[in-house]
Write a protein that binds this ligand. Structure first.
Ligand SMILES: [Zn+2]
Length: 228
């Protein structure tokens, strides 16, 4: 029988596993690139978005840089051409679920449905199956990562987020990202708004050329998560 103290430890561990995106407790997510090269991964969540996603794709294409886009199913259904463009231009695609509800208190049935709908939206738009998954806000429970794995998707966290969705200004987004980048970092940015189809992510889009140019100057290269 568990004493109160042990129960508190177990509960504390469960809460930690749900709220700490990189916690290994509920299955270990990918939180950095393998190896020790001077490489980083640019990752974009919550898109596609009709304004920011094309601007980001243009900036990446002009610099020959490949990134990873964690696509929200509901936005993929609305803008399938943009999902196809992400895939056609050689970026990695990941599943970000369909509804963008936090998953840590949702039932296994809810999580499975959300991840399946997200997968299907990407498949229908891009004619390819995502091999990666990132939970909304990184919130997981004991069954989120196993359900993603059952769909053939590795769960991905991140090394550095810069709160670009708070719209702190183009230069702040660029500076925080460049200053925080380390070899192997998985950098989290947002090309869409998980709660608003028309949410403004143009600050992030305008920061992308600055981030890429500054990190290239520092000798970094850009790898998609999980290779291609
Ligand atoms: Zn999100």
């Amino acid at each position: 029988m568990l004493g109160l103290g042990a129960a508190a430890v177990v509960l504390g561990g469960a809460v930690h596993g749900a709220f700490e995106r990189n916690s290994p407790l509920f299955g270990r997510p990918i939180t950095r690139l393998p190896g020790h090269d001077r490489a980083v991964a640019l990752t974009f969540d919550d898109g596609p978005n009709p304004d920011a996603t094309p601007a980001i794709l243009d900036a990446l294409a002009a610099r020959g840089v490949k990134a990873t886009f964690f696509i929200l199913g509901r936005h993929a259904e609305r803008w399938p051409d943009l999902v196809r463009r992400v895939a056609d231009e050689g970026h990695a695609l990941g599943n970000h679920g369909y509804f963008h509800r936090k998953l840590h208190f949702k039932s296994p049935a809810y999580v499975r449905t959300d991840l399946q709908l997200g997968t299907r939206a990407i498949e229908q738009a891009a004619k390819m199956r995502p091999r990666l998954f990132r939970a909304p806000h990184g919130f997981r429970s004991p069954w989120v990562t196993p359900i993603a794995r059952s769909l053939g998707q590795r769960t991905v966290g991140w090394s550095l987020g810069v709160w670009d969705s708070d719209r702190p200004g183009v230069e702040a987004i660029a500076r925080r990202t460049v200053e925080g980048a380390r070899p192997g970092s998985i950098l989290l940015l947002h090309d869409g708004d998980g709660y608003d189809d028309a949410g403004d992510r143009m600050q992030t889009a305008r920061a992308v050329p600055l981030i890429v140019d500054r990190l290239l100057t520092q000798g970094y290269r850009f790898d998609p998560v999980g290779g291609l």
